[in-house]
Design a protein around this ligand. Structure first.
Ligand SMILES: Nc1ncnc2c1ncn2[C@@H]1O[C@H](COP(=O)(O)OP(=O)(O)OP(=O)(O)O)[C@@H](O)[C@H]1O
Ligand SMILES: [Mg+2]
Length: 239
């Protein structure tokens, strides 16, 4: 087991956003978390990353408790999040943004090899190395955000809505790249509103409703579940 959330609760002030989540991820898996707006998907990822405080319960990475750590310590353990809304540094170039992702790494040959791999995953970034990140298209900024997250050599990559706002063709390409990243040995948690594409890619899935897991199982099973279909895949009611 790589990651385990045990009875995880998160509160924003008086408001409890996660009401006791139990979730596990095995090494090498691609796990998706589905849910409507406000369900608590981003909160779950931020809790894992150490970006929001855990009120109750615990988070364990390879058996070690991590919810007591600071976010940079979580990154050093091998967990990196590519945030929702592609926060890249606009006034810096593509290459500079990527370099920032590896700023804690001192093994230069390893960093160079990483960079080469990322440029292979995203040829568009290779072509735009010297371009200011702020002038990239939305899709390119998303690629850069994922590339930057990969520069820290994560064992576990957390992706928050990587397909948000992208043109259909780019969505397909981003999902294919996520598959390649996972096949290269990186464990992935993928948060997506694009439930169908996410379930097709994932090994397993969790469905989150207002801070609770209401369903979980193999992705193929969820893909064919009538309730998931009518609520998240737009199948049934209209057809
Ligand atoms: N900083 C915050 N302060 C107060 N409440 C917050 C904060 N961030 C999130 N919340 C609340 O916590 C709940 C879960 O939000 P979260 O962003 O985790 O949902 P989400 O599933 O990622 O939604 P979306 O699909 O819109 O990204 C929501 O009710 C939201 O309003
Ligand atoms: Mg969110």
């Amino acid at each position: 087991m790589m990651l385990e959330l045990r009875d995880l609760k998160v509160r924003y002030g008086q408001v409890e956003a996660l009401h006791g989540l139990n979730l596990t991820v095995e090494e090498g898996e691609l796990v998706t978390i589905l849910g409507a707006n406000g369900a608590g998907k981003s909160t779950t990822l931020m809790a894992i990353s150490g970006l929001v405080a855990v009120a109750e319960g615990g988070i364990y990475f390879k058996g070690e408790r991590i919810d007591t750590l600071r976010s940079h310590q979580v990154v050093n353990l091998g967990i990196t999040q590519s945030p929702e809304g592609r926060r890249v540094f606009g006034p810096l170039t593509v290459a500079e943004n990527l370099a920032l992702g590896a700023f804690t790494k001192s093994d230069r040959p390893a960093v160079a090899a990483r960079l080469k791999w990322i440029y292979e995953l995203f040829p568009r970034l290779y072509e735009r190395q010297t371009q200011m990140a702020g002038t990239l298209s939305g899709g390119e900024q998303q690629m850069l955000a994922i590339g930057r997250a990969l520069m820290s050599e994560p064992q576990l990559l957390l992706l928050d809505e990587p397909s948000l706002g992208l043109a259909p063709l780019l969505v397909k390409s981003i999902f294919q790249t996520i598959r390649s990243i996972n096949q290269a040995g990186v464990t992935v948690i993928l948060v997506e509103q694009n439930a169908r594409a996410a379930l097709k890619l994932a090994d397993r899935g969790y469905v989150l409703e207002v801070g609770r897991i209401v369903m979980e199982g193999p992705a193929q099973k969820l893909l064919h579940d009538p309730q998931v279909q009518s609520t998240y895949l737009g199948v049934g009611a209209m057809e």
